[in-house]
Design a protein around this ligand. Sequence first.
Ligand SMILES: [Zn+2]
Length: 254
Amino acid sequence: MRVFDTHAHYDSGAFNADRMEVLASMPEQDVALILNPGCELESSRTAVALSEQFPFVYAAVGVHPSDCGDWEDSWLEELRALAAHEKVKAIGEIGLDYYWKENPPREFQQQVFRKQMELARELDLPVIIHDREAHQDCLSIVREYPDVRGVYHCYSGSLEDAKVLVKLGWMLSFTGVVTYKNARKSLEVIEWLPMDRIMIETDSPYLTPEPFRGKRNDSGKVHLVAEKIAQVKGMDAEEVARITLENGKRFFNI
Ligand SMILES: [Zn+2]
């Protein structure tokens, strides 16, 4: 079954030893497409460079809330220039992260988030949202931009918020976390979520699905996410793979 890993970080140092070999092996592992988001300027540039080297890799450019401490408004110019590349399909990953105490102050994260939402609106690109322990503030900023479409990556919010997001026309995407023992809340969301709003991802090199948890993740393991969703939905994994691949292509305009 051919799959679309809609969120993987091959710019990560975890792939320094074998990045090219791992990516080159993806077609034979039935990974049809990969989207590599950036977390700051350097990783955004690397994401674009990787998309030039592999026809099945696409990129997003953006500054992650945990990496926004040194933000200057001149970064917007750089992001705008990178986003002009034909293989850049979104602004991301952007959002709010209140989990790590050492992260930039909340107010500052919110300012940087808003600036990148404005950039997405200007460029008519979708956004990839990172929301960790910031559900309320994140949703209220999303609502300030009714003409921006997006996906919540590694969705960890409530069923109630999922219903609001679906109404707003947004997508939710799920990682290997759905295979973990404590995934009950995500599974409840998946059970309810209409199939045309689901995307799957690995968040490689992180969040490796069971039974490989603890090892480095790669896009070849996104099949396990499709299988878990299929189990929850009472569907064939093949069908989940096919629909999420189509959803990803439609969402990212590929
Ligand atoms: Zn990520």
